[in-house]
Write a protein that binds this ligand. Structure first.
Ligand code: NIG
Ligand code: FE
Length: 414
C-alpha cells in the first residue's frame, strides 16, 4: 500500500467529519476548516486527517505544507472544453459594440465554432482539448463535465462525444459527458426548426445512447435558441434513453428555462442571469440545482445571476466555469470563485462550498469528491503560501494552486 502524508498544513479546508452531499442557503456560509493539520492518504483515498499532534510520523511520501492551505479539488460541472478554435475576432467585435446575440444572428457565435469543428479531425480535437484539460487540472480542477454542441450534425456531434470519451480514458480526473445537439439551430436547417429537432430525437439521441457516449442531455433553452416546448420534447426523448437533463437556462432572457428544467427532472439548470422571485421559489421546492457561471457574465458584460437572493432563499448554489470559446474562455475555477465574491457578493466560504461539494453534487460525484472526508478520493491541492480562505478571491489574479494531488499522487503535468 502506498501512503502519502501532508504535514504542518496551515489550514485544511472543507474537512468534513460528517460528509454532506450538498450545502444549501445559510449553511453555505459554513466551511469546515482545521488549522495546523495533517492529512494521510492510502493509495488513492483519504485515510485520516486531524490536528498535527496526532500526525503519523512515517509515510512513503511526505509533503510539508507549512504556511499553506490544503483544499479538495474544484469540481467544475459545466464546460465546453472541446472546440476547434478560439473566437477572439468576435471578442473584438463585441468590444466595438456588437452584442453576443447580434453576433449569433449574423451566423457567428456557436455556428462559427460548428463550421470550424466540422473541419477538424477527432485526433486534432483530442490533442487541443487534452491541453486544456491539463491546464485546468494544474489550476486545481479535480472532476469535470464536458459537453458536445459544436457539431450540430450527427457525424460531428458523435465525433465530439468520441473525443470526450477519449479524454475520459486519458484523464486522471473523472469526466462526465453531456450531449448538447440542441446548442443552436445549424445553418442548413434555417426555417426547418422541427426537422432539426426530429434529427436530434430520431437520429442523434439513439446513436449517442447506442454507443454510450453521454450521461446527460443539455439544451440551450433561451431567447433566439430553443423554446421551452422544443426543450421539453428533446429532454423527454433523452430520458427514454436514460440520459438525464442538465440545461442552459435564462442566460439571455427569462424565457421559461427554469420551469422546463424542473418539470423534466433536470439535475441542474445553468446560467440563470435572468431569473426572478418566481423561479427562485420553484427551485427551492425542487431537487434541481441552480448553477451559476459568473465567468460568462464577466466576459460578455451581462448582468450577474442574483446569487445573494438565491442563497438567502435557501438554495444550494453551484459555481462552474462554462469554459468555452464564445462566452467564457477560461476554466480557472479560482477566478470563478473570485468573481462570485467580488461581483455576486457571495462570501468566500459560500463560493468555496459552491465550487467544491455543490459542484461534486452537480456532477453526481459527491460520494467520492468535493470535500476532504475519510474514504473520499484524494484529489486535492496545496496552495502557495496563504493564510486564509478569503485570500483566494482577494488575490484574484494569482492562481493559488502550488501542488496538485490526484488519486493520491502528486500530479506532474501531462
Ligand atoms: O454556456 N450559452 C450557450 N452556450 C455557451 C456559449 C457557447 C458559445 O458561445 O460558444 C454558454 O455560454
Ligand atoms: Fe455553457
Amino acid at each position: 500500500m502506498a501512503t502519502l502524508l501532508i504535514r504542518n498544513i496551515g489550514l485544511l479546508v472543507q474537512a468534513e467529519k460528517h460528509p454532506r452531499s450538498v450545502v444549501k442557503g445559510a449553511d453555505m456560509s459554513h466551511l469546515p476548516v482545521l488549522p495546523r493539520a495533517f492529512l494521510l492518504v492510502e493509495n488513492d483515498r483519504i485515510a485520516a486527517f486531524g490536528p498535527m499532534e496526532r500526525s503519523p510520523a512515517r509515510a512513503d511520501t511526505i509533503l510539508d505544507a507549512s504556511g499553506r492551505m490544503v483544499f479538495p479539488s474544484w469540481c467544475d460541472s459545466h464546460t465546453h472544453l472541446v472546440f476547434a478554435a478560439p473566437r477572439d475576432e468576435e471578442f473584438v467585435d463585441r468590444i466595438r459594440g456588437l452584442s453576443y446575440e447580434e453576433i449569433a444572428l449574423r451566423g457567428g457565435g456557436i455556428l462559427n465554432s460548428a463550421r470550424r469543428l466540422r473541419q477538424v479531425s477527432e485526433e486534432a480535437l483530442v490533442e487541443s482539448a487534452w491541453q486544456r484539460l491539463c491546464e485546468v487540472i494544474a489550476q486545481g480542477t479535480g472532476a469535470i463535465e464536458i459537453k458536445s454542441g459544436y457539431g450540430l450534425n450527427t457525424e460531428s456531434e458523435l465525433k465530439m462525444l468520441r473525443v470526450i470519451r477519449r479524454l475520459k480514458a486519458l484523464s486522471p480526473i473523472p469526466v462526465k459527458a453531456t450531449f448538447l445537439g440542441a446548442h443552436a439551430l445549424p445553418e442548413e436547417y434555417r426555417n426547418r426548426r422541427n426537422e432539426y429537432i426530429d434529427l436530434i430525437v430520431h437520429q442523434m439521441l439513439p446513436r449517442v445512447a447506442q454507443e454510450q457516449l453521454a450521461e446527460y442531455c443539455d439544451v440551450f433553452c433561451d431567447r433566439g435558441f430553443f423554446s421551452p416546448q422544443e426543450t421539453e420534447r428533446i429532454l423527454q426523448a433523452a430520458w427514454t434513453y436514460g440520459l438525464k437533463p442538465r440545461i442552459h437556462a435564462n442566460e439571455l432572457a427569462n424565457s421559461g428555462g427554469v420551469q422546463v428544467g424542473i418539470a423534466n427532472g433536470a439535475v441542474s439548470v445553468d446560467h440563470l442571469e435572468c431569473i426572478g422571485a418566481e423561479e427562485i421559489a420553484l427551485l427551492r421546492d425542487s431537487p434541481t440545482l441552480p448553477t451559476l457561471l459568473p465567468g460568462c457574465a464577466f466576459f460578455l458584460g451581462i448582468p450577474y445571476a442574483p446569487a445573494r437572493q438565491m442563497i438567502d432563499a435557501g438554495l444550494p448554489v453551484v459555481l462552474a466555469s462554462d469554459y468555452n470559446p464564445g462566452s467564457a474562455p477560461s476554466g480557472r475555477m479560482a477566478f470563478v470563485v473570485a468573481l462570485a465574491c467580488i461581483q455576486m457578493r457571495m462570501t468566500p466560504e459560500e463560493a468555496i462550498n459552491a465550487a467544491t461539494i455543490n459542484g461534486a453534487r452537480a456532477l453526481e460525484l459527491e460520494t467520492d469528491y468535493g470535500s476532504i472526508a475519510i474514504g473520499k478520493k484524494a484529489n486535492l491541492f496545496i496552495t502557495r503560501p496563504m493564510s486564509s480562505v478569503a485570500q483566494i478571491p482577494y488575490f484574484f489574479g494569482t492562481d493559488p494552486v502550488e501542488t496538485v494531488i490526484l488519486n493520491g499522487q502528486v500530479w506532474k503535468g501531462t
